[in-house]
Design a binder for this molecule. Structure first.
Ligand code: G3I
Length: 324
């Protein structure tokens, strides 16, 4: 069949970020989501910014809708994301009570959220983006301030594991492919968590990259991450065409490089031991769905064009999968 369904030719989980609205209202979007992927990631509806209301109540209606779509299509839901420095809801920021009650609210949120999707979720980004962009340190945030640095991560992993011990629990970060200090800090954090006996079940590498990614960079990054022997999730793959994000200034050159970069990413991931190939998740379906297009309308980072037709980048991914 043409084009081939990615989930039929990939020897590992194929994922995509989706949103409840287009899943419900846009038949092209829903058809792409159902046809190509074994798992779907709520792009924002399963984050505190949506779930935790100002009065502290939780709203899961949109994540529930995505979970229902997954059930209807034999897919799994990827739990993105429980604890993130960038999501500080008023209900938590306002909790200036004792550490005990803050900790109880923290635990309660994780228990309620992970518990709700037990059985349909196949893993969680428990801690999102814990490393600073430049200095390769651990980010200081409300969670680290209230519950202790690294301690908050250990606590989140323990509570999530107690709630659903059946699925891998990950940390997740970006620019590991292009910032050696950030990759080194990420790897130090993994060692710290593993040495502390934290139930860390895998490593999330977001892979928001550009067509300017140096050759070999993805192989080197995965080789380093794979040294822990844990499953790896390429969790938010897109390949920007914008020069400001590192892509070649010449557009036709950038488009050609984009397909090559997609080929290299898939080739590097396929080369991992099977038990370490958790999933490869696209951060969006059509170019028009991409957060990057909202940042720069000239970008076209994904596998399907605005009409939902496969691009040369799709052919590069499918060709690499079929050719292996
Ligand atoms: O569509 C709704 C609109 O109906 C509503 O009225 C409005 C009110 O705030 O929100 C709109 O939703 C926005 C949503 O994107 C859909 O466009 C949210 O405000 C906005 O916060 C959300 O941004 C998301 C962002 O994370 C923050 O959650 C982006 O879609 C999403 O692509 C981006 O994804 C992150 C990963 O989680 C972590 N790694 C980086 C990646 C890119 O920033």
């Amino acid at each position: 069949d043409n084009p081939p369904a990615l989930k039929s030719i990939a020897p590992f989980g194929m994922g995509a970020a989706v949103q409840a609205g287009p899943l419900r209202d846009d038949p092209v979007f829903a058809a792409l989501a159902a046809r190509h992927y074994t798992q779907l990631t709520p792009e924002w509806e399963l984050k505190m910014e949506y779930v935790v209301q100002p009065d502290g109540r939780f709203q899961f209606d949109r994540a529930d809708a995505i979970a229902a779509f997954c059930r209807a299509h034999g897919q799994k839901l990827w739990g993105h994301t429980l604890v993130w420095y960038a999501n500080i809801p008023d209900a938590f920021a306002r909790l200036d009570e004792s550490r005990a009650s803050f900790g109880q609210a923290f635990d309660n949120y994780i228990t309620a959220t992970v518990g709700r999707y037990r059985g349909i979720a196949n893993g969680w980004d428990v801690i999102n983006e814990p490393i600073t962009d430049e200095g390769g340190r651990l980010r200081d945030c409300l969670w680290s301030q209230k519950l202790g640095q690294v301690d908050y991560m250990r606590r989140a992993l323990d509570v999530a594991h107690a709630t659903d011990p059946s699925v891998p629990l990950l940390i997740n970060d970006y620019d590991l492919e292009t910032k050696p200090a950030k990759l080194a800090a990420y790897m130090r954090l993994v060692e710290t968590l593993l040495k502390a006996g934290a139930p860390l079940g895998g490593l999330g590498c977001q892979t928001h990259i550009s067509a300017g990614l140096p050759e070999g960079a993805m192989h080197r990054t995965l080789e380093a991450l794979a040294s822990f022997g844990l499953p790896i999730h390429l969790s938010e793959l897109d390949v920007s065409l914008v020069p400001g994000r590192g892509a070649p200034a010449n557009r036709p050159v950038a488009v050609a490089r984009q397909a090559q970069v997609y080929h290299e990413v898939v080739e590097a991931f396929v080369g991992l031991p099977p038990q370490q190939r958790l999933a490869l998740t696209m951060w969006g379906l059509r170019d028009s769905d991409s957060w990057l297009k909202r940042e720069d309308a000239s970008d076209a980072p994904l596998l399907f064009d605005d009409a939902g037709a496969p691009k040369p980048a799709f052919a590069a991914v499918a060709g690499t999968l079929q050719g292996r």
